[in-house]
Design a protein around this ligand. Structure first.
Ligand code: SAM
Length: 256
């Protein structure tokens, strides 16, 4: 590790006890949740319902892990699928440059597998027409339905380095079931990222028309899951780096 990298680690670690930054981050999250800030971005032309900070964290993770399969629950408009496919395309390109071989974009083994209970026709068409489409497979159905879980396991059995992202229904019960189904597919050293854990840190009145809220959300599911799964650890260094994130305590690293 060089001096620059050591300084980054020290700064990030100090952020974790910087009360001003923590309060400012939380205030930003509160002000921007009600105004639907995360709905204003697009990745390569598709709406992506994410904060830019989390997209950068995902880019760092994908570059570090170099997954050959990314499993995502929650497709919506497809922006996060396109984002992941783009990152996989860049990994393919880097591999081709390093090995001095020709890049064949239609023949990549790397894949994003997206699940959604309701893939709207216009979203499906736009995703399938996108230049990144050859790296994307979609399954329609509830992410916790046994037949969907079985299909995902079958696809995953063909891959070695797997990254998992959970971003569908945000109730405790649903996310816990997703964690039980998909976290075990995460490769050692890789991540299972649970989005919208931030709900736990928001005022209850912020989610009047949602079944989730403080006490019943992805973060409470993560806490319950890791009690019985010591192979997963919350990577606090990502929270401390971002300070603004929808996934505090949601970046789970599989240790073994
Ligand atoms: C927050 S959006 C996903 C955003 C997307 N990951 C992105 O970054 O642009 C949540 C999606 O989860 C889907 N969803 C809700 N319940 C689900 C379930 N039981 N199984 C699978 N998907 C579900 C919804 O249809 C919706 O498209």
């Amino acid at each position: 590790m060089n001096d620059f990298e050591k300084e980054v680690i020290e700064r990030v670690s100090a952020n974790g006890s910087n009360v001003d930054m923590i309060a400012a981050g939380l205030q930003f999250m509160r002000a921007t949740t009600t105004t639907k800030y995360s709905y204003n971005f697009a990745w390569q032309g598709r709406p992506i319902i994410q904060y830019p900070q989390d997209m950068v964290a995902m880019q760092e993770i994908i570059w570090q892990i170099k997954p050959d399969l990314i499993i995502e629950t929650g497709i919506a408009h497809g922006g996060s699928l396109i984002f992941s496919a783009t990152m996989l395309a860049l990994l393919d390109m880097a591999d081709a440059i390093e090995s001095g071989t020709m890049l064949d974009p239609k023949n990549s083994k790397r894949k994003v597998l997206g699940l959604d209970i309701d893939i709207r026709q216009h979203n499906r068409e736009a995703i399938e027409a996108h230049p990144m489409a050859s790296r994307i497979q979609m399954i329609q159905g509830s992410s916790i339905a046994p037949e969907v879980i079985a299909q995902v396991r079958l696809v995953a059995s063909d891959y070695q380095r797997i990254l998992v992202c959970l971003d569908s229904n945000h109730t405790h019960e649903h996310v816990l079931a997703e964690l039980q189904a998909y976290a075990p597919l995460t490769s050692a050293g890789s991540y299972c990222v649970v989005f919208d854990t931030i709900v736990e840190d928001m005022p209850a009145e912020m989610f009047p028309d949602r079944p989730w809220g403080p006490g019943n959300n992805p973060k409470t599911a993560v806490w319950e899951f890791i009690k019985c799964h010591p192979e997963f650890e919350i990577d606090k260094s990502i929270d401390n780096k971002l300070m603004i994130t929808v996934a505090p305590d949601g970046y789970l690293k599989r240790q073994c």
